[in-house]
Design a binder for this molecule. Structure first.
Ligand code: FAD
Ligand code: AMP
Length: 475
């Protein structure tokens, strides 16, 4: 095998592996180094996303949702089934199979685009040299014209609640539970905490979510957040806001949690505690002295808008750099960098990175929240369309939530689209495309949407922004 490449990518998650594939498509010689190891010690490309994040969480969300719907909705549809139960071992087996198919797929993609996959540790040395350490501890020095750092992120460990498996666990541990905890605590009502809390709630846990901030889902439009809180509480998630965890310790087979809120100190006893208090960039053993790559005060690798680090020919993408910690954001950065290296055009439009929370109802948005638009001072108009008025949503027995379009009063530009409801994560793609093309709400209004589809809700919300909705009363 060659020791010299046009491009070496360190990290094979959703930021790193697409960068390697695009470099291969651009006819550059490329190696991708990744050290992810499964619990059985085997290597797997795909990083957090495929092995312990996006994919396994969505597999369990799907299984647990089907179970909940079979229990609660089938009778409404007139479907009689016997007693509905579930087999957690089978759910976990299905999830593991999906993860394996996904991660093995990367090997095939690498082969097809000429990427050399190297499983082991990569460390950047000065002068675009990379030290590769294989599984057996042997070391080799590789050189490259360009190095792309894509080392990702890891869960934040709280001093107040240090990890102590099997009782105090991170999100990976929470995806691998073999039994359903009777009482489950979750620290953090962020995206990960709400998704994992939903999975185990649907399967029968009494779930208490402790969130330090006084408001719910502060990253989302607050009209959406209020609607989400209402539904999640109805599903039985006990969400306590303004509740900062100050201590958690394992006592026998339980966890004693202390938290502070406006009223004082409280105690909570749970069987297991998931710490979902955020993620931090991971750069452990990544950079030798003298590489010239700089970190910011929070540990992110410093980059410009094109993901160039301070070191010539060294780039960084994904969760290890600024911006939202999302797989698709990392993917676009990886692809951009591989294209720029090849002398092609590349750009990431950070204004149109969509966010999705895979709860029920699903939550998705792109662009500015109403609060952000309001504080910008730009006059705006809002159109809201409830899924209750959507024939398709009613037929699906999922007429919950709404679509909301925010557009500028002056030139009608779409500033933000916010959806809570069935398949919101799919519906948001239309809004992303519209905003990518700087569409106006009138552009959306004049676009034909098939009937009856959920996508009509976005159409009608755009019409509602001008009080011209047809299928709901304009307010
Ligand atoms: P990672 O996926 O963390 O990959 C980095 C890789 O680099 C790892 O394999 C790591 O082992 C390897 N590595 C690091 N350092 C070295 C080194 N020195 N040498 C060799 N290899 C190294 N995002 C979404 O967009 N949608 C979702 O639905 C979603 N759900 C999530 C659910 C959960 C439970 C979690 C935890 C995360 C979720 N995320 C989701 C976030 C998403 O997983 C991350 O944003 C994404 O994985 C970041 O990609 P990355 O390639 O930057 O880093
Ligand atoms: P995210 O960063 O979106 O994954 O969300 C993590 C959430 O955890 C944030 O909303 C934090 O406010 C919350 N959080 C962090 N530390 C604590 C703590 N000690 N107690 C309760 N919530 C916390």
């Amino acid at each position: 095998m060659a020791d010299s490449f046009d491009v070496i990518v360190i990290g094979g998650g959703p930021a790193g592996y697409p960068a390697a594939i695009r470099a291969g498509q651009n006819k550059l010689s490329v190696a991708c180094i990744d050290e992810w190891r499964n619990r059985d010690g085997s290597y797997a490309f795909g990083g957090t996303c495929l092995n312990a994040g996006c994919i396994p969480s969505k597999a369990l969300l799907e299984s647990s949702e089907l179970y909940a719907r079979a229990r609660e909705e089938f009778a409404v549809h007139g479907i009689r089934v016997g007693e509905v139960g579930f087999d957690l071992a089978q759910m976990q087996k299905r999830k593991a199979g999906i993860v394996k198919t996904s991660t093995q797929g990367i090997n095939a993609l690498f082969k097809a685009s000429g990427v050399t996959g190297l499983q082991g540790h990569g460390k950047l040395l000065p002068g675009r040299r990379v030290e590769f350490t294989g599984a057996d501890g042997s070391k080799r020095e590789l050189t490259a014209k360009h190095v792309i750092l894509a080392s990702g992120s890891v869960p934040v460990e709280l001093k107040a609640a240090p990890f102590k498996a099997p009782h105090i666990i991170d999100s990976w541990g929470a995806l691998d539970l073999e039994t359903v905890p009777k009482r489950l605590g979750v620290i953090g009502a962020g995206v990960i905490g709400l998704e994992l809390g939903s999975v185990w709630r649907r399967l029968g846990s009494e779930v208490t979510v402790l969130e330090a901030l006084p408001d719910f889902l502060t990253i989302a439009d607050q009209q959406l957040a209020k609607e989400a809180a209402r539904h999640l509480k109805k599903q039985g998630l006990d969400i306590r806001l303004g509740a900062k965890v100050s201590a958690a310790r394992v006592s026998g087979d339980a966890v004693e949690v202390s938290y502070e809120d406006a009223k004082g100190t409280h105690k909570l006893t749970v069987d297991q505690l998931i710490v979902a208090a955020g993620r931090r960039p991971f750069t452990g053993e990544l950079l030798a002295a003298g590489t010239g790559v700089e970190l910011d005060e929070r540990g992110f690798i410093k980059v410009d808008e094109h993901c160039r680090t301070a070191a010539q020919g060294v780039w960084a993408v994904g969760d290890c750099v600024r911006g939202p910690m999302l797989a698709h954001k990392g993917k676009e950065e990886g692809v951009m960098v591989a294209d720029l290296i090849a002398g092609r055009y590349g750009e990431v439009n950070y204004k149109t990175v969509p966010s999705v929370i895979y709860t029920v109802p699903e939550i998705a948005w792109v662009g500015l929240t109403e609060e952000q638009v309001k504080s910008s001072g730009r006059p705006y108009k809002v159109g809201v369309f409830p899924f209750l008025a959507s024939g398709r949503a009613r037929a699906m027995e999922q007429a919950q939530g709404f679509a909301k379009v925010i557009a500028a009063q002056d030139d009608d530009e779409i500033l933000g689209v916010h959806i809570i409801g069935p398949m919101a994560g799919e519906l948001i793609a239309e809004a992303v495309l519209a905003m990518e093309y700087s569409a106006s709400s009138e552009d959306l209004q004049r676009t034909i949407h098939a009937h009856p589809t959920l996508s009509e809700a976005v159409h009608e919300a755009a019409l509602a922004a001008d009080k011209r909705a047809i299928d709901s009363i304009n307010r």
